[in-house]
Ligand binder design. Structure first.
Ligand code: DGY
Length: 317
């Protein structure tokens, strides 16, 4: 059971390899529909829009033996409950690293250079022509980028920022990569998240969503950021306390924010929609034709391996 429409080449391959049930009208499945799928399909290929909770997985009889998630993040799946029920979970790492890093850089540039505001002016007919004081933004090149998390995507962002924009990169990661990787990126470790926040002109989040990282960016931490600094989030919405972010923006504790993900996705805290210094994208991190096909093929590989009786390469539980 494939829970959402996938790029045509992926659906074609899935249909060739399996008796695949597709979601022709692409509606997000209800909990009842997810449970039907778990009762009737040997495998589920879910996405971030499916909440697979312990209650969902409590279905009887449970036929599904593998959840081959389409995406690297799997916080929408209760993996402990899946494990307890003997269900294997896989994800699709690596193939979306570059696109997600590009998305973070795009958001950084958009919010610093006021690209959203400019676009809105041109489209609404409000632009009256070039003038020296029009829409002055913040210079990006040479500034300090603070990364919370230096995993695959954080490193790809660091590489772009360092080598493309001559930025200084500081980071905090409780599980830092090997010293030679850090050295190649010329990234400077900091002992705490707080140390990064105090120093950075741009703070970009690259942590997984776990109980420990929920609301990692809370009111106290937002208050540590510089009033000229910007927050960028391409990771997961609930890493940021969205109400605290609104308050920090309203009080000018930070200069702006650029978000690709939201705490109650697809709902966006209404106040954010009214703020000119906020860039809002609809979870586009991996949204290129090439990458969405690669993600599908990776999920397919995991399914093929599982049903061939070998270890799927991207098993998470
Ligand atoms: C990912 O791969 O985690 C994307 O955010 C889509 O789920």
């Amino acid at each position: 059971m494939v829970t959402r429409r996938l790029p045509a080449p992926v659906e074609a391959e899935l249909t060739r390899a399996f008796d695949a049930r597709l979601n022709r009208d692409d509606h997000p499945l209800t909990p009842a529909e997810l449970q039907d799928a778990l009762r009737s399909a040997d495998a589920l290929l879910p996405t971030v829009s499916d909440r697979i909770t312990a209650a969902t997985l409590a279905v009887e009889p449970l036929r599904t033996r593998i959840l081959a998630n389409y995406g690297v993040g799997f916080n929408h799946i209760d993996v402990a409950a899946a494990k307890a029920r003997g269900v294997v979970v896989t994800n699709t790492p690596e193939v979306l690293t570059d696109d997600t890093a590009d998305d973070a850089i795009m958001l950084m540039l958009m919010v610093a250079r006021r690209a959203g505001e400019g676009e809105r002016q041109v489209r609404s007919g409000a632009w009256t022509g070039w003038r020296p004081t029009h829409l002055l933004g913040t210079k990006v090149s040479g500034k300090t980028l603070g990364l919370i998390g230096l995993g695959r995507i954080g490193r790809a962002v660091a590489r772009r920022a360092r080598h493309g924009f001559g930025m200084r990169v500081v980071f905090h990661d409780p599980y830092p990569p090997p010293a030679e990787v850090v050295a190649e990126l010329a990234a400077e470790p900091r002992a705490t998240v707080e140390d990064v926040l105090r120093e950075a002109d741009f703070v970009s989040l690259h942590s997984p969503a776990t109980p420990e990282t929920r609301h990692l960016m809370n009111a106290a931490r937002l208050a540590l950021m510089r009033p000229t600094a910007f927050l960028i989030n391409t990771a997961r919405g609930d890493i940021v306390d969205e109400a605290a972010l609104v308050a920090a923006l309203e009080r000018r504790h930070i200069a702006g924010a650029a978000l690709d993900v939201y705490e109650k996705e697809p709902l966006v805290t209404p106040a954010l929609l009214t703020m000119e210094n906020v860039v809002l994208l609809p979870h586009l991190g991996s949204a290129t034709q090439e990458t969405r096909v690669a993600m599908g093929m990776r999920a397919l590989d995991n399914l093929m391996a599982f049903f061939a009786g070998t270890a799927p390469r991207d098993r998470v539980v």
